[in-house]
Design a binder for this molecule. Structure first.
Ligand code: NAD
Length: 480
């Protein structure tokens, strides 16, 4: 349903926005002029996509100035008014969900069911977070004084988004930033700028000018954002290497940062599971799969059977279960792991060779018990090539699962849910799942331990991450 009322008092029909053409930056509520352009590539066909602007430093300065003006207005809106505007935005996104879904498939390469799930989550994350209350906390209240902790907005947020979830990770930053009274400049990945730019254009109907802006640039834009003195907080999702550069750059102006970084998620499979059912559920998004040695061969063969049933192809085609990698950089990186197969003498359970194709397609590949310290176990390939490892002792497998600099997610597959929970509590990861993987909720904090990140996003902790804490000591007696 398109909304009828908007936060800036105007009524702009969201149905007139074209999601197919004119990808523009929005600065101060208006289309920012663009001298230079670039374009993304459809990863399934390598065809060039529509042109997008290349932001200049001047664009960033203009956006920051507009953001500062907008902050003065937006931060004074009541929480309820901000929430109503954010919910109206979610409703508009919902009214255009299929078009956003198709835009996502075309720019990211993911198959329709996965794009459907991301689009629904993008909407659900806005509405979910809009319904979290962030009340002031009364720390003390007696006849002498009241002590109150309140959560106040930080100011101008720079949101830096990666290419793997361009829609969800953009709304997952926009919603909490705005709800808490901040203003935001969104920088999508140069590989996947399209959904992010249209999301911000759509948002203009619901927020005063300068509250939500977009900049689409090349590799220079991220460092400009993180070093700009007018930006108060960086919300970054991306690789650990880039996250360290962001932290370094942001430290010069003491910007607040939330870093959502890389992972090397282990799955631990216990011997009591239904092998076929669990093998079907374990997908190649996991990075290390530890299988109990008593079911190792059976489990490996079941996993191979399911992986060989994947239908690799252009995500826009019905029936495709797995799309291409998103970009040439990632494709070239994943190829180095395939080159290592022969060099390192790894045993391949399925896949192992990359077939020539029209796009960045990688044959899903399982490596059968490579050495524990090999690159494929230690690093995050970020592509469908996964090592299987075996274990027999619980303490030992916990130690091996934790023996990494990363700590994003982990899963345990076990019919004894008490045991699974006990093991889960031993794992050093921001999110631990039992008998599932990658379940997420807008109400639950998400973040990484160790080099997988700093801080969390989503849930009440996520909202607080966009806030300063102010403690008020309200003395009830006047000084006389
Ligand atoms: P990336 O680090 O290359 O880029 C992420 C974003 O940072 C892009 O918008 C990019 O333009 C920008 N950027 C690049 N250099 C920058 C710099 N010096 N300063 C500021 N910004 C800069 O990551 P990617 O390849 O787009 O994404 C994949 C990575 O993201 C993987 O490692 C994955 O694990 C991680 N990731 C983490 C989460 C999480 O929630 N923790 C979620 C999704 C992806």
């Amino acid at each position: 349903m398109a909304p009828t009322a908007t936060a800036n008092g105007s009524e702009k029909p969201v149905s007139s926005l074209s999601l197919k053409t004119n990808f523009v930056q929005i600065i101060d509520g208006k289309i920012g002029p663009t001298k230079e352009t670039r374009h993304g590539i459809n990863p399934a066909t390598l065809e060039p996509k529509a042109d997008v602007p290349i932001a200049t430093e001047k664009d960033l300065d203009l956006a920051v100035e507009a953001a500062k003006r907008a902050f003065k207005v937006w931060s004074k809106y009541s929480y309820e008014d901000r929430r109503d505007a954010v919910l109206a935005f979610a409703s508009a996104l919902d009214s255009r969900r299929t078009e956003f879904r198709d835009l996502l498939v075309a720019e990211q390469g993911k198959p329709i069911p996965q794009a459907d799930a991301e689009t629904d989550a993008a909407i659900g994350w806005i509405t979910g977070m809009a319904n979290i209350a962030l009340p002031e906390e009364i720390i003390e209240d007696n006849e002498n004084r009241t002590v109150v902790a309140r959560y106040t907005p930080i100011g101008v947020v720079g949101a830096i988004v990666p290419w793997n979830f361009p829609l969800l990770l953009a709304t997952g930053k926009i919603a909490p930033a705005l709800l808490t009274g901040n203003v935001i400049i969104v920088k999508p990945s140069p590989f996947t700028p399209y959904c992010g730019l249209k999301l911000v254009e759509l948002a203009q109907s619901f927020f005063p000018p300068g509250v939500v802006q977009s900049l689409s640039g090349d590799d220079r834009l991220g460092p400009w954002l993180t070093s700009h003195p007018g930006i108060d907080k960086i919300s970054f999702t991306g690789s650990t290497g880039t996250g360290k550069l962001v932290l370094q750059s942001a430290s010069k102006t003491l910007k607040r940062v939330t870093l959502e970084l890389g992972g090397n998620d282990p799955a631990i499979v216990f011997p009591d599971v239904d092998v076929d059912k669990v093998a079907e559920k374990i997908c190649l998004n996991l990075k290390r799969i530890y299988i109990h040695e008593s079911i190792y061969e059976e489990f490996r063969d079941a996993l191979v059977k399911h992986v060989e049933n994947y239908t690799l192809g252009d995500g826009s085609q019905q029936g495709v279960t797995h799309g291409p990698l998103q970009n040439s950089m990632q494709y070239e990186r994943v190829k180095t792991f395939f080159a290592d197969i022969e060099k390192q003498g790894w045993k391949v359970a399925t896949g192992g060779k990359i077939d020539p194709s029209s796009g960045y397609f990688i044959t899903p590949t399982i490596i059968d018990r490579p050495p524990e310290k090999s690159r494929i176990v230690v690093e995050e390939p970020f592509g469908p090539i996964v090592p299987l490892l075996s274990w027999k002792d619980e303490d030992d497998v916990i130690e091996r699962a934790n023996d990494t600099l990363m700590g994003l997610g982990a899963s345990i597959w076990c019919n004894d849910t008490k045991k699974a929970e006990r093991v889960g509590r031993e794992l050093q990861a921001g999110t631990v799942w039992v008998n599932t993987h990658f379940d997420l909720s807008p109400l639950a904090p998400f973040g990484g331990h160790k080099e997988s990140g700093i801080g969390t996003e989503w849930g009440i902790n996520g909202l607080k991450g966009f806030c300063n804490v102010q403690t008020l000591f309200l003395n009830k007696k006047i000084v006389s």
